[in-house]
Design a protein around this ligand. Structure first.
Ligand SMILES: NC(=O)c1ccc[n+]([C@@H]2O[C@H](COP(=O)([O-])OP(=O)(O)OC[C@H]3O[C@@H](n4cnc5c(N)ncnc54)[C@H](OP(=O)(O)O)[C@@H]3O)[C@@H](O)[C@H]2O)c1
Length: 367
C-alpha cells in the first residue's frame, strides 16, 4: 500500500467534510484524516451534526494508539474552545500526534487560535495545504464566521434569452425535472430559503424540502414582504416547515397581526427597494442561519446584488426562448454602463437533463 501524501490526505479530508453539508449548521463542515508514524491512514472522521463529536475526535478514536507520533490532516483549524464538545486541540495533544496539517484557519474568534495552542504544546503545524478546496467546502460557514451574515446563493431558472417568466407572469416548468431536482438539493443544503413578496403573490410557492431530500431539518422559509401583503391562504403558511415573514416596522398593524397568527414575524427598517436587506441578513444570522438560498425573484435579487451580498449564483438555463415582455432574470437599476457590470467567475458548467447549470461567484478579495 502506497502511503498518501499529506496533500492527498487533505483532498480525502475535504471529501469527508462535504458529507456533513446541510447537516452541521451552525457549525462548519470539517473532515480529518489521521496518518500513523509511517504515513499510512489510521483513522478518518467528519463532523456530522452540531453537538456531535468533531471530525478530529472521530478520526483519533478510529486511529487509537496508531495516532501517537502520527499526523492529523484537518480541513479547518482545530478548535481550542469548549462548546458542546471539548476542545479538539486537547484531543490532539492527548493522542500524541507529532504533526498537524491544517487547510484553512478558523476566523471565528471564540474558536480560533488552535494552531498557537498546538504549537505551544510542541506539535509541528503547517497551515494552508489544500486551502482552496478546504475553503470551498466550507464557503457558507466561512462567510458567516468572517462577516457575521449568512452566505447567500442566488438561484434562478431562465430561458436561453434570460427570462424568468413570460409576459403574463407564468414561470412554472421553465427547466426540466433534473434541474428542478437539483434545485431541491440546494434547498436541502440551506438553512433558509428566501423569496420576495412578488414571487409569493405570483406563484404561491410552498418552498419546502421533500422528505426524500431532507438532510437536516426543513430550511426556514423567509418572505421579504414590506407591507405584510402575504395572504393568509399562502402555501408557505402550511405546517411543512417553519416560516419567517420580514415586514417593515411601520407596516399596517392589522396585516402584521394576521401574519403573526400564522408565522414568525421580523419587523425591520425600510431600505432601498423595500426592506433593509442588511438588517434582514443580520436578523437571520442572529437566528443561526448560516446559508440562504434566494429563490427569487428578479427585484429582490437586484437589491441583494447591489448590496454586495450575493456570494454564489446558480443559474439553470433552459433551451427555450420567451422574448417580448418576458421578465428579465435580474431587476433593479442594473449597471448603467458595461464597465459597471458585475463580473463573475464561472466555476462550474454542467448539462443537466436538457438544460444547463452554471455556477458563478463574484470576484472579490477575501479578508
Ligand atoms: N424562474 C425563476 O427562477 C423565478 C424565480 C422567482 C420568481 N420568478 C418570477 O418572478 C416574478 C416575480 O418577480 P418580482 O421581482 O416581483 O419578485 P420578488 O423579487 O420575489 O419580489 C419583489 C418584491 O419584494 C419586496 N421587497 C421587499 N424588500 C425589498 C428590497 N429591499 N428589494 C427588492 N424587493 C423588496 C417588494 O415588494 P414589497 O415592498 O411590497 O414587499 C418587491 O416588489 C414572478 O412572475 C415569478 O414567477 C421566477
Amino acid at each position: 500500500v502506497v502511503a498518501p501524501t499529506e496533500a492527498d490526505a487533505m483532498q480525502r479530508a475535504v471529501a469527508l467534510a462535504s458529507r456533513g453539508r446541510g447537516r452541521t449548521s451552525p457549525n462548519p463542515v470539517v473532515g480529518c484524516v489521521v496518518l500513523d508514524a509511517a504515513g499510512a491512514v489510521a483513522g478518518e472522521g467528519f463532523h456530522e451534526r452540531a453537538g456531535w463529536p468533531h471530525a478530529e475526535v472521530r478520526a483519533l478514536t478510529q486511529a487509537g494508539p496508531r495516532a501517537r507520533g502520527g499526523t492529523a490532516v484537518v480541513t479547518l483549524e482545530p478548535c481550542r474552545h469548549t462548546g458542546r464538545t471539548g476542545p479538539c486541540t486537547a484531543a490532539l495533544v492527548a493522542a500524541g500526534v507529532r504533526r498537524v496539517v491544517v487547510g484553512v484557519r478558523d476566523p471565528y474568534p471564540p474558536a480560533a487560535g488552535g494552531v498557537d495552542v498546538l504549537r505551544s504544546s510542541g506539535i509541528e503545524v503547517e497551515v494552508g495545504v489544500g486551502a482552496p478546496e478546504a475553503a470551498r467546502v466550507n464557503e457558507a460557514w466561512l462567510t458567516f464566521a468572517r462577516h457575521r451574515r449568512p452566505h447567500l446563493t442566488w438561484k434562478y431558472a431562465a430561458s436561453l434569452d434570460g427570462r424568468v417568466a413570460a409576459a403574463d407572469g407564468t414561470s412554472r416548468w421553465i427547466t426540466g425535472p433534473a434541474a428542478r431536482a437539483d434545485g431541491h438539493r440546494l434547498r436541502a443544503e440551506s438553512d433558509a430559503v428566501m423569496v420576495g413578496s412578488g414571487t409569493v403573490l405570483a406563484d404561491d410557492p410552498q418552498l419546502a424540502v421533500r422528505d426524500a431530500d431532507l438532510l437536516g431539518g426543513q430550511p426556514l422559509r423567509v418572505v421579504v414582504d414590506t407591507e405584510a401583503r402575504t395572504p393568509a391562504t399562502a402555501r408557505l403558511f402550511d405546517s411543512a416547515a417553519p416560516t419567517l415573514v420580514a415586514v417593515a416596522q411601520d407596516a399596517p398593524l392589522e396585516r402584521i397581526r394576521m401574519v403573526e397568527s400564522l408565522a414568525a414575524v421580523a419587523r425591520l427598517p425600510r431600505g432601498p427597494g423595500g426592506l433593509d436587506v442588511a438588517a434582514l441578513l443580520a436578523e437571520l444570522a442572529a437566528r443561526d442561519v448560516v446559508s440562504v438560498l434566494l429563490e427569487g425573484g428578479p427585484t429582490l435579487a437586484g437589491t441583494f446584488l447591489e448590496g454586495g451580498f450575493v456570494d454564489r449564483v446558480v443559474g439553470y438555463t433552459a433551451p427555450l426562448l420567451i422574448g417580448g415582455g418576458g421578465l428579465p432574470v435580474l431587476g433593479g437599476a442594473g449597471a448603467a454602463g458595461i464597465d459597471a457590470a458585475w463580473r463573475l467567475q464561472l466555476d462550474e458548467v454542467d448539462r443537466i437533463g436538457p438544460d444547463l447549470r452554471l455556477v458563478a461567484r463574484p470576484r472579490r478579495k477575501e479578508s
